[in-house]
Ligand binder design. Structure first.
Ligand code: SF4
Length: 554
């Protein structure tokens, strides 16, 4: 497809490439040709810091040519499907099927269908046993098992420690058969080749002599300077997160018992503030963005946050650049930090509280300093923050109906506090998600609350705040949460079912139709409950830092 043909589609810049700061090397005949894929549209994919890090790393590697592809929007997808034209890369418009390797960054279960759609649109056989090329590698998943029918290799954990070794081995194995590639790559730590293992009584067992057992989950211990996108690409269209980001930490020092991210990114590591400052200033100078953000889990806990802000505020304030922090956890110093950010844009204050009941909060391991929270709300009123955003969960283990109702009274109390200072109520945008017991967390063996209970709790909560016009509740979609629950723990027997669901979706069915999942599952002589009741199989073959993964991460 030529660049001018892209004008037929909405936001053609999604498929154009050629962003400012791009240093693209034209592929040479001997190069290993890699396409880095992201199963969401361009605006989401290019907002992902991890994707940018990996893209720049691959692009700088000698003897390798790296391009990108994102999930096309509906107009382009339909156009390609109707004309039987393959999905292509941004940089050279090469069909996906012509690459040596597709490397997917995939970290959300609900994107499995997009992943299959991209492969199918790329003109590639879905079933990996019928495919020799391209090799498909996926990184970012905590439960790869639902994708074993389609993916050749998974990379487990953080990519940085093995990046050099892995890419060198990929290049060396370019001309080998797929089976020979498997043998060569299986020696690298973090590489999981699902064909080398089989499922026996819901635990994975090695079946090939090259199969490593257990496999080692990778983490980037040094967390140094060499992995961050120095050439920050500036897109022609606004992104979901349209700003430069500097990663201040990996992992989280807190112990929220429901949180999968803290287990997966264990142990907690921090970057020295001088290094973060250097990254931010160099990124700003290369891009001229009007906003920068500090990224990481619970950034408020970064131990040098105050020191860092005091260092960078004079530089960015002078240039009228806003500094954004992700959601704040009131833990004692949040109000102090907000005071420092006096000049930042007043986009809204985001607070992840999870539950309003102190005992339940303790039970789930979420520590909130109520005095700090109240101070934050007062400060928000003086600082012209008109919108306060909150995150809560319902359906927590052992949660009563009364505890759900407390969310309404708690919000009212905070709103009154705000009004006392400012004379008017704030706008409160409250997102309520359904608790999903995730693998690797303390609640791995819990069950998700059933539909009837969650709907009752939802209705009760809605009713309790109906008269409070300043509170806007937004609930997660139950069907999305249920599929996330299912796919985050299902064993590999669900893989053929996923394929059947995908084929039905291609015929017009709704991916979120749970009745369809049940019907197709029964057709395969399986009940969906089977996947929810069995032990989480994938954990049986992994370890981290010399110990069984789960034990080292709690
Ligand atoms: S503070 Fe946030 S990231 Fe950290 S453990 Fe709790 S929920 Fe997870």
């Amino acid at each position: 497809m030529r660049d001018t043909d892209l004008l037929k589609f909405q936001r053609p810049a999604r498929y154009l490439g050629k962003e400012q700061n791009l240093e693209f090397k034209e592929p040479q005949s001997k190069d290993l040709r890699v396409c880095l894929c992201f199963p969401e549209i361009y605006e989401v994919g290019m907002s992902n810091l991890g994707f940018r890090i990996v893209y720049e790393f691959f692009s700088n590697f000698e003897g390798l040519s790296c391009e990108r592809c994102f999930m096309p929007a509906e107009d382009l997808a339909t156009y390609l499907q109707e004309r039987r034209e393959p999905l292509f890369s941004l940089e050279t418009k090469t069909p996906l099927k012509d690459f040596d390797l597709l490397a997917f960054s995939l970290n959300y279960e609900l994107n499995f269908i997009n992943f299959l759609k991209m492969i199918s649109l790329g003109g590639i056989e879905l079933d990996k046993s019928k495919r020799e090329k391209p090799l498909i590698i996926v990184g970012g998943l905590t439960n790869p098992e639902p994708l074993v029918s389609f993916v050749d290799i998974f990379f487990l954990g953080e990519f940085e420690p093995q990046a050099n070794t892995f890419i060198k081995a990929l290049k060396l194995s370019k001309s080998l058969s797929k089976r020979e590639k498997f043998s060569a790559l299986s020696e690298i730590e973090g590489v999981y080749i699902p064909d080398f293992y089989c499922l026996e009584r819901n635990s994975l067992q090695p079946k090939e002599k090259e199969a490593k057992f257990p496999l080692t989950w990778q983490y980037y211990q040094e967390f140094k300077d060499n992995f961050y996108p120095k050439n920050w690409l500036i897109p022609y269209i606004p992104l979901v997160f349209d700003r430069v980001q500097a990663e201040v930490q990996r992992g989280c020092p807190n112990s929220c018992r429901f949180c999968q991210a803290r287990c997966v990114y264990f142990p907690y590591r921090q970057r020295p503030p001088a290094l973060v400052k250097k990254h931010l200033i160099s990124l700003y100078e290369k891009t001229g963005y009007e906003e920068i953000s500090l990224s990481g889990l619970s950034v408020i806990d970064y131990s040098s946050l105050e020191e860092l802000l005091k260092e960078i505020i004079p530089y960015f304030e002078k240039r009228k650049v806003g500094i954004l922090l992700p959601s704040l956890r009131p833990q004692g110093k949040a109000s102090k930090i907000l005071k420092l950010l006096n000049f930042a844009k007043k986009t809204g204050l985001t607070l992840a509280l999870e539950t309003a009941n102190p005992l339940l909060r303790r039970k789930i391991g979420k520590y909130i300093d109520i005095d700090d929270l109240k101070e934050l709300v007062k400060l928000a009123s003086h600082r012209q923050y008109r919108v306060l955003k909150f995150y809560f969960m319902i359906g927590l283990p052992g949660e009563s109906f009364e505890e759900v109702l407390e969310i309404g009274s708690f919000l009212k109390e905070l709103a009154l506090l705000y009004k006392k200072e400012k004379g008017s109520y704030p706008q409160m945008n409250v997102t309520i998600s359904y608790f999903i017991p995730k693998p690797f967390t303390d609640f791995e063996k819990e069950k998700m609350a059933d539909f009837e209970e969650l709907i009752k709790k939802k209705d009760l909560l809605k009713k309790s705040v109906r008269s409070l016009r300043f509170i806007k509740l937004k609930f997660s979609n139950y069907r999305v949460s249920f599929l996330e629950y299912l796919l985050s723990r299902a064993n590999r027997r669900i893989s053929p079912l996923l394929r059947e669901v995908f084929l039905k979706v291609e015929e017009g069915a709704d991916y979120l139709d749970l009745a369809l999942w049940k019907e197709l599952s029964q057709k395969n002589n399986l009940e969906l409950e089977y996947f929810l009741e069995e032990e989480f199989s994938f954990k049986s073959i992994i370890k981290k830092d010399g110990k069984v993964f789960f034990k080292s991460s709690v």
